[in-house]
Design a protein around this ligand. Sequence first.
Ligand code: ADP
Length: 580
Amino acid sequence: MRLWLSSRSALIGLYLAAVVVLSAGVWVYGYVQALDQVAARGRSDLELAADRLVTQLQRYREFAVLMARHPMLEALHTGGDRALADAMLLGAADMTGTMTALYADPQGHVLASSNPAVPQDLAESPEFRRGLEGALGVALGLHDGQRTISFAAPNFGPDGKVCGVLVAVVDVAALEMDWRGTLPPVYFTDAGGRVFITNRSELLFWKRAGQGAMMAPDGARYGVTPQYLAGNEIWQQGWSPYVPERALYLTTPLPVIGMEGVALVDVAPARRLAILQAEVVAAVCLFMGALLFFATERRRTLSLANAVLEARVSARTRALSETNEALRREVLEREEAEEALRRAQADLVQAGKLSALGQMSAGISHELNQPLMAIRSYAENGVAFLQRERPEKAGEALGRISDMAQRMARIIRNLRAFARQESAPVTRLDLGAVLQTAVELTETRREQAGVELVWKRPAAPIWVRGGEVRLGQIFVNLITNAADAMEGAMQRRLEIEVVAGAPVLVTFRDTGPGIAEPERIFDPFYTTKAVGGGEGMGLGLSISYGLVQSFGGTISGTNAPDGGAVFTVELEVWDEEAVA
Ligand code: ADP
């Protein structure tokens, strides 16, 4: 689990790292792309500014060229009026916005000027010298903090030589006026690298001091960190709030006026765009990652729950199959026990029957003896009647003998049936017939005890489920018990009653003293009779209980409210359809 957790955190970490790398890549790529656009725009801005400057200056250059040949100025060489020339120059300068216009002879002496206050000797000024050479001179100038650009144009005399030079001085501050503060910051440096013209006044006269700094005219150094990215140079500085902190450094040469134009184009928009792109990519990746994460988490949770469930199910199945096995064993043991019980019961039944037979033996011998004696006397009578030649009487005696023999045969048949070990299962029985046999079997016992029997065999058969011998044994036992119980009673009457229904009820009601301990009578070996005296073993009722149950019936014994015991046997009706 811990291993899995750590591998999961490692995966998440790896994914986040990948997202960071990808976003960084997107940032760099986006930045470079955006920089190119910014650079293109900045370059066109710079070109525009440079063009404007050059165009503005062009005017003054042309002014110088045109004015140099002015007749009033040429006249000065042949004694012309200076005052007139001065006035003309002043007017022309005012009209064109030129700060000062001068006309000098080849020695540098000013012959005419729009401003009498300016120096009257130009011999040393570089633009004048260029003019003298017959070319167009240009020079930057700085006088008392005032920046100027001077153009010098030669005037050729009739001999083709320079006879005079016109110098037009332009006020740079006036030029700058229009585009001060416009975007982006632009400056133009002179040949010495000094900022001479700019739309950011704070940068004026700053000079590049090596790679890493700019130096202000008061000597203060302002740091600049150049960075190079895909062919672009980016300056990072904190010079002024009006110069972008990070700016693309773009240059363009202005050979016409010997200057170099520089633009510092803000890269913040490019950075913002690149950051936005990187952020979008990171957000999309994180969102997808989160989706993926939650999906796998969900699947993992489900599979975990599944595994737990499966483990539980298999544990439960194991427990169930163990229980099942135990149950099967128990059933087997129970079946064996039942089998043993059945055998024991069969033995007991037999033992009970033998005991009953023992008890009945006196009665049986009496029962058989009586018809035997009668047969003997009827036989003797028959012989006597034959001797007296009275065959009809002899025939009568013989008929009686036959009756007696039949009676004996029935008794013996009943006894045989009683002693037989019944193996047949439950069958269909006529309850009346079984009761009748039991009544006949116990006749002698009843007579001995002087018991009056109230019993009427039902006219129609009542079919019940049972085993003939066993059911007979139950009834014999109940009748014998009643006779035993009523031995010393005043009134001795036994009522046997059959109530047809489902179940069929058979009640044995006697007028004896009643049951002493009704809850114990079905316990094996429970008896109130003298044991060993051939009287009781305490097995009769317990055997009967088991037998009735084996037929699906019940047996119960209670005391009647008006005295005497009542035994009830419930038997299932023989249902032909159910059996089929
Ligand atoms: P045994 O007859 O050998 O004693 P039984 O199981 O048949 O064994 O009877 C158990 C006991 O139930 C008897 O000893 C007797 O006390 C009581 N009992 C049975 N039938 C009656 C009855 N009709 N009236 C009173 N007591 C009875």
